[in-house]
Design a protein around this ligand. Structure first.
Ligand code: GCO
Length: 497
């Protein structure tokens, strides 16, 4: 487990073994599905905005979206029978969250969801990704469903349909019921089975109305931030436990996929992984044998292949298992049949891209590009292209959706009532241009969700970072379209950049 000790406290420490590959040489296919591209689009390797003469048109049915998660926006922490989650406990523990912030009120979406639905309609969204709060459905993580919790999501889903917006529901975005944490949390294999029971309840209530399900949001972040570095709930620093948790999260994913299939419903389902292309810091070839390339490959195993290979190929990467060692809790915790469950066929893969990472020969990391307000995030749009093409190349033509991409900006509500987040506009334009280039090169990308719809509770950063297209004035809960929201609305209306 040597590499773990060399890890930096990166929010999304990650890499992939994908080098920056020239467009067109990646997939060797000519599939595009794009309508009306101007000649030369596919050759535009720059991260700059296209000129008016080279507009980038997206496929006609492209799923323009935005994403949120329950604990980050809902508030109403004690209402309608909701139980406690590990994020309630964690955020109420002094010193854990910047400024002592909690998700008790957040963006008050639980009460304002109808107005927020109208804002989504005004934005022109075609897809909305949200998460369901497990402790609203099963306050203690087991047993009978709390009808009032289910009713909230039923109203939300109905409201989306009424406005012509496709619901995309994440089953788990980190808010584990505290009672299950008390029973061992994700270190306990049993919690994976409790998750399948919870998923079953949700499928029975909403299965007919939700066309796309995502199982576990970013298992890697739970593993790293929750169990390696300890700056997310439950706040542990225990590498041996961390990778057992990884296995149980993957098992939970597979069990939920099977639970959906067992309902016989038509909904599609897949995992949501945060994947990050990473490169040898010495610029040596990614598939070469330089010390940096070799270090990068092992990082890639921990950051990407651990999740991708198990879910999509039915095996854990041999280099990671060898590095963990046969006595690790994870390796000892893998039982016969687990990988068949974990690799139960899925319908799509959700990719969340924020940052690349550069790995040194010593196994450390180097910063190459300017960061956003989030110090772990280097702004590198070509990384979007690299990770999308790499997934398609290595895992086949599984439909992809980008379920998160965005950045925090220092937004201020001006006296004239506007919020000028010019940095978000250029970030999104450049990343969408990179995604478009991937589609041009044959990547079956069907939708793109900005993180986030609204400013919200950014975990350990509390309300200090603003990630939304829509500004939230927390004292009044007033919502204001930022410049980026106006811009995104036009992109959606034009179906083009
Ligand atoms: C994640 C989560 C989001 C974050 C976002 C910005 O990717 O960590 O899905 O909840 O808020 O990524 O950090």
């Amino acid at each position: 487990m040597s590499i773990l000790t060399r890890r930096h406290l990166l929010r999304h420490a990650a890499l992939s073994a994908t080098a920056a590959t020239p467009a067109g040489a990646v997939l060797g296919t000519a599939a595009t599905g794009l309508g009306g591209c101007e000649p030369g689009d596919a050759e535009d390797h720059t991260a700059t905005a296209p000129s008016a003469a080279t507009r980038l048109h997206f496929p006609p049915d492209f799923g323009w979206g935005a994403a949120t998660s329950a604990y980050q926006i809902e508030g109403a922490a004690k209402e309608d029978g909701r139980g406690e989650s590990i994020w309630d406990t964690f955020s109420h523990t002094p010193g854990r969250i910047r400024n002592g912030d909690t998700g008790d009120v957040a963006a008050d979406h639980y009460h304002r969801y109808a107005d927020d639905l109208d804002l989504m309609r005004d934005l022109g969204l075609r897809s909305y990704r949200f998460s369901i709060s497990w402790p609203r459905i099963q306050p203690d993580g087991t047993g009978a469903a709390n009808q009032r919790g289910l009713d909230f999501y039923r109203r939300l889903v109905d409201g989306l349909h009424e406005r012509g917006i496709a619901p995309m529901a994440t089953l788990f975005h980190w808010d584990l019921p505290q009672a299950l944490q008390d029973a061992g949390g994700w270190e306990s294999r049993d919690v994976a089975y409790r998750f399948a029971d919870y998923a079953d309840i949700v499928f029975a209530a909403l299965g007919e109305r939700v066309p796309v399900w995502l199982t576990i949001n970013e298992p890697k972040t739970v593993v790293q931030n929750g169990y390696l570095f300890g700056h997310h709930a439950p706040g542990h620093r225990d590498p041996d436990a961390a990778y057992l948790v990884a296995h149980h999260l993957q098992l939970a994913h597979g069990l939920a996929v099977r639970a959906l299939r067992a309902t016989g419903g038509t909904g599609r389902i897949g995992p949501a992984f945060n994947l990050h292309p990473c490169y040898p810091a010495d610029d040596s070839p990614v598939d070469g044998s330089s010390p940096a390339a070799e270090a990068a490959r092992l990082y890639d195993g921990y950051e990407n292949r651990l999740y991708l290979d198990s879910a999509l190929k039915g095996s854990y990467p041999a280099d990671v298992l060898a590095d963990l060692g046969p006595d690790s809790r994870m390796v000892r915790g893998i039982r016969d049949g687990d990988l068949e469950i974990i690799s139960s066929p899925v319908d799509l893969l959700a990719v969340q891209y924020y940052t690349p990472i550069y790995v040194t020969s010593a196994g450390g990391t180097e910063r190459r590009w300017p960061t956003s307000e989030a110090e772990w995030q280097q702004i590198y749009p070509d990384g979007m292209y690299d990770i999308l093409t790499r997934v398609t190349r290595d895992y086949g033509p599984i439909p992809l959706t980008v379920t998160e991409n965005g950045l925090p900006t220092p937004d201020v509500l001006a006296a004239d009532g506007t919020v000028d987040d010019a940095g978000r506009v250029s970030f999104l334009r450049d990343h969408l241009a990179a995604a478009h280039r991937a589609v041009t090169d044959g990547v079956p990308l069907e939708s793109f969700h900005v993180w986030s719809l609204l400013d919200n509770f950014e975990w350990a950063e509390g309300y200090d970072q603003r990630w939304g297209l829509i500004y939230v004035d927390y004292p009044t809960q007033r919502r204001v379209f930022k410049r980026s929201a106006h811009w995104y609305r036009q992109v959606i209306a034009d179906n083009a950049l």
